[in-house]
Design a protein around this ligand. Sequence first.
Ligand SMILES: [Zn+2]
Length: 1130
Amino acid sequence: MNVNQSAPPVPPFGQPQPVYTGYHQSSYGGQPGSTAPPTPYGAYNGPVPGYQQTPLPGVSRAPPSSEAPPASTAQAPCGQAAYGQFGQGDVQNGPSSTVQMQRFPGSQPFGSVPLAPVVSQPTVLQPYGPPPTSAQVTAQLAGMQIGGAVAPALPPVGLGYGPPTSLASASGSYPNSGLYGSYPQGQAPPLSQAQGHLGAQPPQRSAPPQASGFTSPASGGPRMPSMTGPLLPGQGFGGPSVSQPNHVSSPPPQALPPGTQMTGPPGPPPPMHSSQQPGYQLQQNGSFGPVRGPQPNYGSPYPGAPTFGSQPGPPQPLPPKRLDPDAIPSPIQVIEDDRNNRGSEPFVTGVRGQVPPLVTTNFLVKDQGNASPRYIRCTSYNIPCTSDMAKQAQVPLAAVIKPLARLPPEEASPYVVDHGESGPLRCNRCKAYMCPFMQFVEGGRRFQCCFCSCINDVPPQYFQHLDHTGKRVDAYDRPELSLGSYEFLATVDYCKNNKFPSPPAFIFMIDVSYNAIRSGLVRLLCEELKSLLDFLPREGGAEESAIRVGFVTYNKVLHFYNVKSSLAQPQMMVVSDVADMFVPLLDGFLVNVSESRAVITSLLDQIPEMFADTRETETVFAPVIQAGMEALKAAECAGKLFLFHTSLPIAEAPGKLKNRDDRKLINTDKEKTLFQPQTGAYQTLAKECVAQGCCVDLFLFPNQYVDVATLSVVPQLTGGSVYKYACFQVENDQERFLSDLRRDVQKVVGFDAVMRVRTSTGQSWLEKSRLGTKPGREASGTCNICSPDLIHVASGIRAVDFFGAFYMSNTTDVELAGLDGDKTVTVEFKHDDRLNEESGALLQCALLYTSCAGQRRLRIHNLALNCCTQLADLYRNCETDTLINYMAKFAYRGVLNSPVKTVRDTLITQCAQILACYRKNCASPSSAGQLILPECMKLLPVYLNCVLKSDVLQPGAEVTTDDRAYVRQLVTSMDVAETNVFFYPRLLPLTKSPIESATEPPAVRASEERLSNGDIYLLENGLNLFLWVGASVQQGVVQSLFSVSSFSQITSGLSVLPVLDNPLSKKVRGLIDSLRAQRSRYMKLIVVKQEDKLEMLFKHFLVEDKSLSGGASYVDFLCHMHKEIRQLLS
Ligand SMILES: [Zn+2]
C-alpha cells in the first residue's frame, strides 16, 4: 500500500479475525518465540545496590490519641511582601487594600472605542480588496514605523523588546509592587464553599471508554467522497482557497458551500506563483483575513441583545496615525472562521498531509489511517524536501505528541491487538511496527517496510491474500492495517527483566510539619483520601482498581505505616536516619484498598490528631522520594508517589537546600541560575526513579520561597506533575486543591514507559557502488536481510530534539516513569537528506507502557505528511498554534542556559526570518512599506509577542522566582490547546448576547479597549479565571449575579458566586463550570471590579496591550516585526 493511496473506507471491525482477540480479552503472550524481535527496551539498569535493608532502631509504637484542637482554626498570616504574588501561573486572593489604582499609560477609555468606519476591509494590509484601503493601512504602518515618524500616541519602538530597561526590571517602576504580597486574610466566601467537599464523592471517574470486540469505531457524519481521490505529489490541498479551509481568506467562506472544500479529488497543484489563478491575487495569503464587518461585541451589541447596561460610548476619533487594531490580524476572527468552516464536519484522517482544524474548534475525528490530531499535531503538514529549503524557511519541523490523550466520548479508544506469543509484527531492520503504510508484495508473502524499505517475510500465521489492488483482503478487519492509532499487547520480551509487571502502586507521602498542620492541609487531605481511594484508576470493566496503596508521613524524619488488613490498628515505624533511607517494612506497607479499608480509614483519622501539636518546622525532601522509590523497588512494581510538601527542605539530609532566591539576578547573565536546580542530587535521584518506573507528583503549599526549580526536578524527569498553592488556607483554597487532587489521582496513567519516534528514511538504501564519497552520507550498516549489496545511508528526517517531562539516557528513547493523558512530548525533526515528494514522510510514535492494571502494551500512532519542493506549499500547510507550542518550549528550555534577553532575541530573529522568507519567495514584489504575512501564520506575531512577554521571559516585579520556575515547568508538558489559551487568554463578554443563548458567547480580543464598562466579562487562560465587572453595569445585573444592590457592594476578590435562581446567574455559573471542565487544572475564580485594586492583576492578562513589565503591545510588536523583516530583506 502506497502512502499516497487514499484512505480506505471505515473498516467494519465487526468480525475479528481469529489471529487476534478482542479488546481486553487476551491472555498474555506466554513465552517468547525464538524469533522474537529484540526489545527496544534497554534503558533499565539493574537494581540499584547499596541500600541496606537492615532496620534501624526505629520506634514502633501505636499512634497517640491526643485530642488536639482542629488544625484549621489556626490562621496563618501569609503577608510577607516577598512572595505569594501574582503571575500567569498562580494567583491568590488579591493584594492588600492599600494598593492604588493606576491607569496604564496610554490606555484607552472604557467602552468608547469606535470602529474605524472608513475601512471597508479592515484586515487587509495588502492589495487584495480595493487598493485604497490597503494603501491606507500600509501608509499607517509606513508612516509610523518605517518612515521613522513615530506616531505620538505610540511609545518608541523597541521599548518592549529591546534590552530590558530599568523600567522593566526595577520594582520601583511597578506601581504598588511591594504591596502585592499580602492578601486579605480570612475572607471567607459568602456561600457554599465550605460545604459538600469533605467526603463528597469525587465528581468524575476516568475509566476509558471500552470497546468490546471490534465494533465499528466512532461513527460520525457521512464519509466524504474526497477520500477516494489520490493526492498529487507535493500538492497542498487543491487551489488556494481550498488549500486552507481553516484559514479561509476573503472572499468569505460562504463562497464555498459547506463541505465542498474537501469534496472531490483535489485539483491539480496550484502554480507556485499563480497570479493567473482567477480570482486570487498573488498575495492571497498575505491578506489579513477575511472581509468582515464590525467585530461582534465591540462597540455595538447584537441587534436584539438584552441591554444589560450596554452603553457604547459616543464615537471618538482615533488618535492620528494610530494603527487601527481592527486592521491587524485578530486571533478571535481566525478562531471563529475556523469554527464556522470546520466545526461541522468530522475530520477524516485518510488523506496525507491534511492540516487539521484549529485546537479551538470542536470537531470529531474519524481515524482512517493517520493518527488523530488529538494525538499528534505538527508545525507543518508539508515538509520541505531538502534541508536547504528547511534552513531557508527557518520554520521548525516539530510534532507535539500526546500519546495517551483522552478522547471525547464519541470517539473510540484505540483497539488492542493481540498477536499472541509472536508479539507485534515489526520490520526486522528498523523495528517499525506493522502499520497501514507497509506494502505487501509477492502475493502477500512479504512486506516492504515503509520506513526503511527493507523487505520482510510475513510470518505464516499472519499471511493473507492480496486483492487486485495489492491490498490484503483483511486490511479493514485489522486495526494495524487500516488505522492511524492502535495498541498491541506486548509479550514478555517487552518487559523489564523479562518478567510481566506487577500492578502499580500509589504511595501518599504527607508533610506533617508545623505549616502543613496549621494550614489545615493535613486534616483536609486525610479526610479526602478516605473517599478518594475508591476511585483509583481501573481498567476496562474491572470492579476495583488493581493499584495498591501505601502511606508515609514526614517532617525531619519519616513515618511508615503498616496497614495490613489483619491489623486492628495501623502501626507506625519511624525512620530517623534520613541519610541512608530504607523501607522498614515490606509486608503490610502496600495494600489493596478494599481489603485494608478499615485500617486505612483508622490511619487517616489518626494522622491529623497525632501531629496536631507538632512544633517541628523543618522538613526533608529527597529522602522522602528515595523512600517511596525504594518501597516500589522492594515490591517490584512501578507506581506513583503523591507528595504533599510545604517548605524549603532545610533539615540535615541528602538534597538539603538553602534559600538562594535573588531577584537582583533578573536581567543579568546569572538569571539562568534561578531556573537551574541548586544541586545535582535530584537529577541523580530522578534517574533512579525512572529506572524503577517511579513517577512523582508534587503538591506544593509554600508560604515562602521553596525553590520550585530544584524541587520540581524529579517530577519533571519522571513524567510527573507539579501543583502549587501559595499561602494555602483551607477556606480559600480547598476547592481548587481537592479538584486537582481528585483529577490527578483518578486519571489513567501509563507506567514505566518508553517512547520512540521513527521516521521514514527516504532513499535510505543505496547500492554500495552508488554510495560514493558524498559528504554527509555515511554508511551506517549493510543490509543483510534483503541484499548485502545495499547499504544504509542516513537520509530523510530524524527526531533530533525532545521537550517535555521525561528522562533520556540516549538520543532516541524518551523514558517516562509515568505518562498520563495530559502530558505531551514535543519532538523536533531535522533533515538527514532529501525527502521525496512522492513518498512523503512518515512518523511512527511507539509508546511501550504498563497499564494501570499491570498489562504491558504498545501504543502506536502513525502519521503521513506531504513533502514539497516549493516554499509556498510549506507556508500554506503550517499550524501557528503548534509552532508557538514548540517555540515556547524551546525558549523556556533556553533560559536554563542563556540570558533571557538572548532567548527573546533568538525568538524574534527566527520569527522574522520565517516571515521574511515568505515575503521574499512566496509573495510578489511590492512596496517595502507593506507587511505581508502568510495566511496560516498571520497570528504568529501576536502569539509570539505573548510568549515574549510571559512571566518566564519578561517578569513583572510582582512575579516570584518560584512562580517563574513553576510556569516554566508547566508549559514544558502542555499540549497545543493549553499553550494557545495560556499565552492568549480567552475573554468572554457575558452580558452582550441573549441570556437564553445556549452557546458560549463569542470571545473578544484580550485588550482593555475591548472592555465596556457596562458589561461583565470572564477571562481564562487555563490556570486563572477572572470575572471582571464594569463600573456602569446595570443594577439589575448586579443584583442577579451577586445578590447585592449596587456595584460598590460587590466584594472585590470574591471567589464564589452566590447560587441564585435567575437565568443570568445560572448561565454565568454554568459557563464557569464548563470552562473548568475543559481544563486540566481547576481554575479558581477571582471577581475583579473595574477601577479596583485587583484590576492591575487582571490587566496582566490583557495581552494585546502594553504590559507594565515592559512587554510590547500587539500593534507595537507588529511594527517591530515589520522592521526586522525589512532589515532581513534589504
Ligand atoms: Zn524498516
